[in-house]
Design a binder for this molecule. Structure first.
Ligand code: NAD
Length: 367
C-alpha cells in the first residue's frame, strides 16, 4: 500500500492495532494473580520484530472456525508456512488467503490422500475439524462423529510430525484430548507437554463478561478458567481475577453459570447455523500465538489449557500453564480456591472422569 491511495499502511496498522491491541503482561510472582495475561499477538502480528519460521497446519481449515482462524494466522509474522487441510473447499480458501500481502506461504490440501503431506514437518498443528453443535445438543453428542475425525488426524500427526505442538479445538475437548494422547501412545510418540485442549474461549468469555459487569477495559481483565470444556466442567476462578473483583453470592453464581453456558448462548442465537466460530477463531489464534511465542524463547507466557495433569484425581485437567520451547514448562496448578470454587471442582470431577474414560475406551476399541 502506498501513500497515494488515501489510506496509508501506517493508518491501517494504527487502526488494526487500536482494535486488537493488548498490553503485554508477564507471569510475575509479585503480581496479585499467579496468572498474568499473555500478550494477545494478533495486533503484534503486524510488527516485524517478532518474526519466526514456524510451519503451522490447520486441519478443518474450511470450516466456520477454520477460515477466520487461518486468516488470523496468515496475518502473523510468527508463521512462515501455513498448510490448510480439509475434506472440502481448501483449494479456494488457500487461493484466497494466499493473495494477502503477508509472508506466510499458504498451501491447500484436500481429502485423505493429502493429509500426510499437509502435516509433514509441521511444528504446530491446530485442529478445528469436526461437526459443531445444533440447539439442544451437548458437546458430548458430537462424540461419535468427532472422535473418529480426531483419531484419523492424530494418527497422521503421529506418523508425520510427532514433535508438533497439537492444539485441539474439536469437541468434545474433554474426550478428544484423551483420544489424541492414546493415538500418540499407540505410535510410541506421546509427549504430554505438547498436546493441548484449547479452552481459551472460556477465558476470553470470562474476561469479557467480568469487564462488562464491572465497567473495566476487557483488555486488562484476566480470569483463569480451569477444569474442562463442557458445562459444569468449565470452572472460572473469579477469586483469582486480575484486577481483583468482588461479586455478591447470587451475582457470582449467575456469572459462573453464564460462563459455563456461554457456548450454548451462541448455539441458540445461531439457531441451527452452528456454534461459536469468530470468537473461537480469535481464541484459537491467541492460544497458537502464545505457543509460538514460547517456542521462540519468550519468557512468562501463561495460558490455561486442558492437558495431561497430576493436579487433581482426573488424568486430564485444565489449569494455567507456563509455556516454553518444548510446550508445557510448568503446570501452575489450581491456586488457592474459595469454598464456592472448591465445590465447582468437586462437581466437575465425575463428568470429567467419564469423558476421559470414553475417549480412552474409544481408542482401545479401535480396529
Ligand atoms: N474448543 C472450543 O472452545 C470450541 C468452540 C467452538 C467450537 N468448537 C468445535 O470446533 C469444531 C468445528 O466447529 P466449526 O463451527 O468450525 O464447524 P464447521 O462445520 O463449520 O467446520 C468444520 C470443518 O471440519 C471439516 N471436516 C470434517 N471432517 C473432517 C476430516 N475428517 N478432516 C478434516 N476436516 C474435516 C469440515 O469439512 C468443515 O470444513 C466443532 O467440533 C465444534 O464443536 C470448539
Amino acid at each position: 500500500m502506498t501513500e497515494d491511495v488515501g489510506v496509508t499502511r501506517r493508518e491501517v496498522i494504527r487502526f488494526i492495532s487500536s482494535f486488537l491491541n493488548r498490553k503485554p503482561h508477564k507471569f510475575c510472582p509479585e503480581c496479585s494473580s499467579r496468572v498474568a495475561r499473555p500478550t494477545v499477538s494478533v495486533a503484534r502480528s503486524l510488527s516485524t520484530s517478532s518474526q519466526s519460521h514456524a510451519k503451522v497446519a490447520v486441519l478443518g481449515a474450511s470450516g466456520g472456525i477454520g477460515q477466520p482462524l487461518s486468516l488470523l494466522l496468515k496475518n502473523s509474522p510468527l508463521v512462515s508456512h501455513l498448510n490448510l487441510y480439509d475434506i472440502a473447499h481448501t483449494p479456494g480458501v488457500a487461493a484466497d488467503l494466499s493473495h494477502i500481502e503477508t509472508r506466510a506461504q499458504v498451501k491447500g490440501f484436500i481429502g485423505a490422500d493429502q493429509l500426510d503431506a499437509a502435516v509433514k514437518g509441521c511444528e504446530v498443528v491446530v485442529i478445528p475439524a469436526g461437526v459443531p453443535r445444533k440447539p439442544g445438543m451437548t458437546r458430548d453428542d458430537l462424540f461419535n462423529t468427532n472422535a473418529t475425525i480426531v483419531a484419523i488426524l492424530a494418527d497422521a500427526i503421529a506418523r508425520n510430525c510427532p514433535e508438533a505442538m497439537i492444539c485441539i479445538i474439536a469437541n468434545p475437548v474433554n474426550s478428544t484430548i484423551p483420544i489424541t494422547s492414546e493415538i500418540m501412545k499407540k505410535h510410541g510418540v506421546y509427549n504430554p507437554n505438547r498436546v493441548f485442549g484449547v479452552t481459551t474461549l472460556d477465558i476470553v468469555r470470562a474476561n469479557a463478561f467480568v469487564a462488562e459487569l464491572k465497567g473495566l477495559d476487557p483488555a486488562r481483565v484476566n480470569v483463569p478458567v480451569i477444569g474442562g470444556h463442557a458445562g459444569k466442567t468449565i470452572i472460572p476462578l473469579i477469586s483469582q481475577c486480575t484486577p481483583k473483583v468482588e461479586f455478591p453470592a447470587d451475582q457470582l453464581a449467575a456469572l459462573t453459570g453464564r460462563i459455563q453456558e456461554a457456548g450454548t448462548e451462541v448455539v441458540k442465537a445461531k439457531a441451527g447455523a452452528g456454534s461459536a466460530t469468530l470468537s473461537m477463531a480469535y481464541a484459537g489464534a491467541r492460544f497458537t500465538f502464545s505457543v509460538l511465542d514460547a517456542m521462540n524463547g519468550k519468557e512468562g507466557v501463561v495460558e490455561c489449557a486442558y492437558v495431561r495433569s497430576e493436579e487433581t484425581e482426573c488424568k486430564y485437567f485444565s489449569t494455567p500453564l507456563l509455556l516454553g520451547k518444548n510446550g508445557i514448562e510448568k503446570n501452575l496448578g489450581l491456586g488457592k480456591l474459595t469454598a464456592f470454587e472448591e465445590k465447582l471442582v468437586a462437581d466437575a470431577i465425575g463428568e470429567l472422569k467419564s469423558s476421559i474414560k470414553k475417549g480412552e475406551d474409544f481408542v482401545a476399541n479401535m480396529k
